[in-house]
Write a protein that binds this ligand. Structure first.
Ligand code: DCT
Ligand code: MG
Length: 518
């Protein structure tokens, strides 16, 4: 049951005119000048009306606090056209034929699309006598198609960066992070899955009714959603953001090389700021942490796409110098279309390289950068890849490919924007870069694994295991259903030349990288 409606459906005092309950519409940019909306409070309630008005304004719609001549669209919920007309009469307002009377489902679709959508019969409120058999709008409404078919697996959902449920997913991500800091893996995963599923919805959740039929929303999650719908914010999130432990862990783990164990140690020792940690002479730092502190400001400021492209050129040039046939692909968040990231990830593979040449490449590339004084930090991990090793059961396991974790010096003149040419100071920015080298025949698996998102990868593996009795990781896809056949073990490894083929082996519709932002 929707508690909001339960509260507001009872008899209420009539008001001559509806007064605004939210901030003025001028706080947000108006993107659709031709539309002037008015949301009817009747049968909706003031809290929900205020919530919807705010949401619509955030999306660029002009929403009036009060009904005036400039209003072009009246949006109502649980009201027929006749009900709205009667209400207008009570207010001594005459409805003109230009005035659109619409059901809330229209506005919800508009907000989901981020722009006004076409008004069709299912949105237009019916007035008694205007059609041979008027159907109450409330009875015509069916849950959005997407709601009925949402999979619990992110790899069966299309999740673009157009997230219309930020208000909820931001909250869930903070709560998940807090559970991670407290090593409560179950609750952490529950909130991450909930965030992931809401990111895939083509509409904003505005009432508890909208959450019906959506998987991965447990009681705890629903409680947070309800709090946000009712109060516009979650008291739990507010408490976390003020929590000493959360604030300290967030700060400490923002340093490259600092994980949960170190954060815990520093927190227990009573540290609360980075400056006191840096200046403490009893503490020993790893090489990674030293670099983390040294380039802290640059590294926390995130990498934008222009910088990522500039790094890409650096990588392409260096790789081509040693292996001209090598293929370099930017992976991670940037391949999924993100505009910023915490690092830039690259996958490198070469169709013609001998094993020895392949093994040498990352060392040659980093040596070259060292000579050019572009290498600020470098950690090589040698390959432990074996052709017939079974895929890992752990969903978050690091893969066996050769790789290096770097901090590169990106000279400002390599970043081709007007803005950057005005940079002052040291003339470069420290950027985190990951390079991965994989055997050519495994490039599709490596590409799929390194494109992410993490939640998408986790669910791909979970799906393979639970729904297909297969094992998937960044190296291979192994079909366990063939394990009892007399075929050689290598037959159970399914080959793939492209990501599309891996999805096909798994019986999944192909999901584009831009749709993997789960
Ligand atoms: N990855 C994975 N398992 C891990 C680590 C990474 O599957 N244990 C995959 C998922 C994303 C990709 O590698 C790159 O990792 P990140 O750079 O951490 O993620 P990102 O999506 O690129 O995020 P950001 O934009 O913050 O860099
Ligand atoms: Mg990344």
């Amino acid at each position: 049951m929707d508690p909001l409606r339960a509260v507001h459906l009872g008899p209420r005092k009539k008001r001559p005119k509806q007064m605004g309950t939210s901030a003025a519409s001028t706080l947000h940019d108006i993107r659709f000048q031709d539309l002037v909306l008015f949301i009817l409070e009747k049968k909706m309630g003031s809290t929900r009306r205020a919530f919807l008005m705010d949401l619509a304004r955030r999306k660029g719609f002009r929403v009036e606090n009060e009904l005036s001549d400039s209003v072009t669209h009246i949006v109502a919920e649980n009201n027929s056209g006749t009900d709205v007309l009667e209400w207008l009469q009570e207010q001594n307002i005459k409805a003109t034929s230009e005035l659109e009377l619409l059901d809330i489902s229209w506005l919800i679709e508009c907000m989901g699309a981020g722009k006004p959508v076409e008004m069709t019969g299912k949105h237009q409120l019916l007035v008694r006598g205007s059609s041979p058999s008027p159907i109450p709008v409330s009875e015509m409404k069916t849950p959005p198609l997407a709601v009925r078919k949402i999979s619990q697996y992110a790899c069966q959902r299309r999740t673009t960066l157009n997230n219309c449920n930020h208000i909820f997913t931001d909250a869930f991500e903070i709560l998940a992070e807090n559970y991670e800091f407290r090593e409560n893996e179950g609750s952490c995963l529950a909130f991450m899955r909930a965030a992931s599923v809401l990111k895939s919805l083509p509409f904003p959740v505005i009432s508890m009714k909208d959450t019906e039929g959506i998987p991965c929303l447990g009681d705890k999650v629903k409680c947070v959603i309800e709090g946000i719908i009712e109060d516009g914010e979650s008291s739990e999130v507010k408490a976390v953001l003020n929590d000493e432990r959360y604030k300290s862990f967030k700060l400490f783990t923002s340093v490259f090389g600092v994980g949960l164990k170190t954060a815990e140690k520093w927190f227990r020792m009573g540290f609360r700021t980075l400056s006191t940690i840096k200046s403490d002479e009893t503490l020993k730092f790893t090489r990674m942490q030293k670099a983390g502190f040294l380039y802290y400001e640059d590294l926390v400021s995130c990498v934008n796409r222009v910088e990522a492209e500039a790094v890409s050129v650096l990588v392409q040039e260096a790789v081509a110098h040693f292996l001209p046939d090598a293929l370099v692909t930017m992976t991670g968040g940037f391949r999924r279309g993100k505009m910023i990231g915490h690092d830039v990830d690259f996958l490198i593979t070469s169709p013609g390289a001998a094993e020895e040449e392949e093994q040498q490449l990352l060392h040659q590339v980093t040596n070259l950068w060292k000579q050019k004084e572009l290498l600020l930090y470098c950690d090589h991990i040698e390959s432990t890849f074996e052709k017939f090793k079974l895929p890992s059961r752990k969903v978050d396991a690091l893969d066996h490919f050769q790789k290096c974790f770097l901090i590169l010096k990106l000279p400002h003149q390599r970043v081709d924007t007007d803005r950057s040419s005005q940079h002052e100071g040291k003339g470069w920015k420290a950027i985190r870069v990951d390079l991965v080298m994989c055997p050519y025949e495994r490039r599709a698996f490596a590409l799929l694994g390194w494109t992410g998102s993490r939640q998408f990868e986790r669910d791909l593996r979970r799906y393979a295991t639970h729904e297909r009795k297969m094992m998937l990781d960044n190296h291979a896809l192994y079909d366990k259903t063939k394990a009892n056949s007399p075929a050689l073990p290598r037959r159970m490894f399914l080959e793939a030349e492209s990501e599309e083929e891996i999805f096909a082996h798994l019986g999944l519709d192909y999901i584009e990288p831009q749709e993997r932002n789960a």
